[in-house]
Write a protein that binds this ligand. Sequence first.
Ligand code: URA
Length: 238
Amino acid sequence: MERLDKLLAATGRWSRREVKQLVRQGQVLVNGVPAASAEEKYDPASAAFTVCGQPLTLRRHTYVLLHKPAGVLTATEDRRQPTVLELLPPELRRIDLAPVGRLDKDTEGLLLLTNDGELTHRLLSPRYHVDKRYLARVDGDLSPADVSAFAAGMTLPDGLVCLPAGLELLPQPRTCIVTLREGKFHQVKRMLAACGAPVLYLKRLSMGPLALPDDLPPGAYRLLTDEEISALYRVCAM
Ligand code: URA
C-alpha cells in the first residue's frame, strides 16, 4: 500500500503538489471513483487509476527518452559540469534514474534513462543484440574496404577487438551511419579514426526499437510510451 500522491508522482508525470491539485479538482479516479485525498493509500497491483480521463498504467520503473545535447555529461551528478539529469524536472530527478550507457560530452542524440536495472543491463549486453545506430560526420574519406573491415570485426591499433559492426556510407560526403551491438569507451570514434576518418560530429539515432523522435529538440525529453516499453522488453527477452 502506498500513498496516492507518491504513486502518481513516481511516474514522473506530475509532482506531488500537482497530484494534490488534480485530486482536489476530481481529476483522479481510483476504481472509477474520484479519490477523496492524495494521502489515501492504495495497492497499485489491484487498484485502477484514471487521471484527467486517461487510464494510467502504474509501473515499478520509469523510462525517459532524452535528446541529449552536446556539452552535457552523461552522468547523474558532477561538481563542475552540467549533467543530463539536470535537464529533467525535479520529480524525475528524485527517482534514481540512470543513463543506459554513455554518450560522450560532445555526442548528441538518443539517451534512455531508467531505474530499471535489469533492462539497462540487457540493453547494454552484446548477448541481446540490441543495435545502437549513430550518424557520424568525419574528416576523411571512407571506402568500401572500411565497410568490409567493420563487418568482419575490427581490431583497433590499441588491441581492442570489436564485434562485427555496420558501416553505411551516405550520399553526403564524409557522412556515415555506424551500427554497433556493444558500447566500448569512445568506440565509434576509435573505429572511424582507425579507418583514417576522425569523427567531427556524432549523434545517436536509435537503440534497438527506440528511435530519436524527429519532433524532440536537443535538450528535450519525454516518457516512453507503453508500446515503446513493451518493444524494449521484447528485444531484451523480458
Ligand atoms: N561512441 C563514441 O565514440 N562516442 C559516443 O558518444 C558513443 C559511441
